[in-house]
Design a binder for this molecule. Structure first.
Ligand SMILES: Nc1ncnc2c1ncn2[C@@H]1O[C@H](COP(=O)(O)OP(=O)(O)OP(=O)(O)O)[C@@H](O)[C@H]1O
Ligand SMILES: O=C(O)C1=C[C@@H](O)[C@@H](O)[C@H](O)C1
Ligand SMILES: [Mg+2]
Length: 178
């Protein structure tokens, strides 16, 4: 797989909670790439949590940091990059994402809500109506996510290991098309 990819980065996109971070770490182990997570880099650089950045600086500042981090990350090769769920909304970010192969992890909203029910680290879901908020975000983002090179539709019982394997077995077919 590493030979086939020739060092090209894989960018995982999709809504919060779809498993970009979880599956990304497995993919990196599997093919001997380094794993990076734009959310994690932002938190380290800012010295505060994503919730704190949203509350104290505002979402616009977070989005600027996210674009800056993506611009820096894409200068490297042999990376699996887990991105933040909203990274697809800034058109200039696609200039960076398209340096590599973009993989959309697509999980039904009901499953995302179950996974994140006890998790308060996603500021956009700290909301009286998380189902409504997720549906609205997905409606606004779907046409952006669908610009990915590979669309992986995930079912409720599929494990992160199975998803990683499915991505790796599908990549050769999309490389041939390009
Ligand atoms: N295939 C899976 N089956 C069951 N649970 C999963 C699966 N993938 C991820 N999870 C769980 O769902 C939660 C969210 O996963 P993760 O943090 O990887 O999502 P993410 O896409 O990186 O979200 P964000 O955009 O907010 O960073 C975690 O608790 C993780 O353990
Ligand atoms: O979907 C989103 O907009 C977000 C997803 C997370 O990865 C974080 O980037 C942040 O919580 C915002
Ligand atoms: Mg993540």
């Amino acid at each position: 797989m590493t030979n086939l990819l020739k060092g090209v980065n894989l960018y995982l996109i999709g809504m919060m909670g779809v498993g970009k971070t979880t599956v990304g770490k497995l993919l990196a182990q599997e093919i001997g790439y380094r794993f990076v997570d734009t959310d994690e880099i932002i938190v380290k650089a800012a010295g505060k949590s994503i919730n704190e950045i949203f509350t104290e600086n505002g979402e616009a500042d977070f989005r600027q940091l996210e674009s800056d981090v993506l611009a820096q990350v894409c200068a490297y090769t042999k990376l699996i990059v887990a991105t933040g769920g909203g990274i697809v909304m800034q058109q200039q970010n696609w200039g960076y994402l398209h340096h590599g192969l973009v993989v959309w992890l697509d999980v039904p909203i009901q499953i995302i809500l179950e996974r994140l029910a006890e998790d308060n680290t996603r500021p956009l879901l700290q909301n009286a109506d998380p189902h409504g908020k997720l549906s609205l975000l997905l409606e606004q983002r779907q046409h952006k996510y669908s610009q990915a090179d590979l669309h992986i539709t995930i079912t409720a019982d599929e494990t992160p290991e199975e998803i990683a394997t499915r991505i790796l077995t599908t990549i050769p077919s999309i490389l041939k098309k390009q």
